[in-house]
Design a protein around this ligand. Structure first.
Ligand code: ZN
Ligand code: ZN
Length: 256
C-alpha cells in the first residue's frame, strides 16, 4: 500500500472566474473525484456553491474572505464530492430532497483497499482506471484514515424552486433541476446571466442520470435561459453555445 505521498502545502487552488466569482479546485485529488467549489463575493454576505470532497480545510482556505462577511454555503446536490466541506459552514443549504444524502454522504476512503466493490465498478463504468490512492498528496495537517472524505452535515435551510439566496447586491434564484438526483438545484443570477449548474450539465461525455424524463425536462429548461456563463460542478466554465451543444447531445443520448 502506498503511503509515501508528499504532503501538499495548500489543498485548494483558486482562480478568478469573473464577476466576483472564484473557482477553487483540489489538484491533488485523482481526476475522477475532482469537483469545483465556487466562491461568490457579495456586499452583505458571500456565497459558496458546493464544498468539494472534505479532504482539505475549505473553511480555512476561505477565511481571508469570510472574516469580513458571513458566508452561506449551498450544495447543488448530495453527492460526496460536493458536500464534503459543508459541515464547517454556519449556514448550510440544500434542496429538501437532498437532506438525507447531505446527512449521510459516502465516506470517500483514502486507499483503494478500502473502496467498496460498487465504487470500483462505478469508476470503471466512467472509463477511468481505479487509482491506488484517492489523492496524489496528503492534505496539510495530516489526516485520519477512518475519517477521510465527506462528513455528515445538517442543513440549516432547505430550499425549493424559486427560493432566493440574497447577498445584498446580488441575488441568486434556486432552480430545481431534477434528473441527476431528485433534489439537484442550479443557482441562477438573472442580472448577470451567471448559472451554477452543479452536475446537471458540465463538459464531459456521459453524465449519471437517476431519472431520464426529469433530466430531459431540466435540460430543456436550461436551454431557454439567457445564460452568459455556466460554472459547473466539474471541469471548465463555458458559455451559451457550449451549453446548447451539451444539452442537445445529452437529449439525443437520452432518446436512445
Ligand atoms: Zn453528482
Ligand atoms: Zn459531481
Amino acid at each position: 500500500m502506498t503511503t509515501d505521498l508528499p504532503v501538499a502545502d495548500r489543498w485548494f487552488k483558486a482562480k478568478p472566474a469573473g464577476l466576483g466569482v472564484t473557482m477553487l479546485t483540489e489538484p491533488y485529488v485523482e481526476f475522477f473525484f475532482q469537483s469545483n467549489v465556487w466562491h461568490v463575493r457579495g456586499r452583505d454576505r458571500d456565497l459558496v456553491v458546493d464544498t468539494g470532497n472534505g479532504i482539505g480545510d475549505l473553511r480555512g482556505e476561505l477565511r481571508p474572505f469570510t472574516e469580513i462577511r458571513p458566508v452561506v454555503a449551498v450544495v447543488t446536490h448530495g453527492h460526496f464530492d460536493h458536500v464534503g466541506g459543508l459541515h464547517a459552514f454556519d449556514e448550510r443549504v440544500c434542496h429538501r430532497l437532498e437532506a438525507a444524502d447531505v446527512g449521510d454522504p459516502f465516506p470517500l476512503p483514502a486507499f483503494r483497499a478500502d473502496y467498496p466493490d460498487w465504487f470500483e465498478l462505478e469508476i470503471r463504468q466512467y472509463g477511468y482506471e481505479v487509482p491506488e490512492t484517492t489523492v496524489r498528496a496528503w492534505p496539510p495537517g495530516g489526516f485520519d484514515r477512518g475519517r477521510f472524505g465527506a462528513r455528515p452535515s445538517t442543513p440549516t435551510r432547505l430550499v425549493e424552486e424559486a427560493d432566493l439566496i440574497e447577498l445584498g447586491d446580488r441575488v441568486f434564484e434556486v432552480l430545481h433541476l431534477p434528473g441527476h438526483t431528485a433534489g439537484s438545484i442550479g443557482l441562477w443570477e438573472e442580472a448577470t446571466g451567471v448559472l451554477f449548474s452543479g452536475d446537471t450539465v458540465y463538459v464531459v461525455d456521459a453524465l449519471e442520470v437517476s431519472d431520464k424524463e426529469a433530466f430531459a425536462g431540466s435540460l430543456r429548461r436550461l436551454r431557454e435561459l439567457p445564460v452568459e456563463v455556466v460554472h459547473a460542478g466539474h471541469n471548465a466554465s463555458f458559455g451559451r453555445p457550449e451549453l446548447h451543444r451539451l444539452i442537445d447531445s445529452e437529449l439525443a443520448r437520452l432518446d436512445t
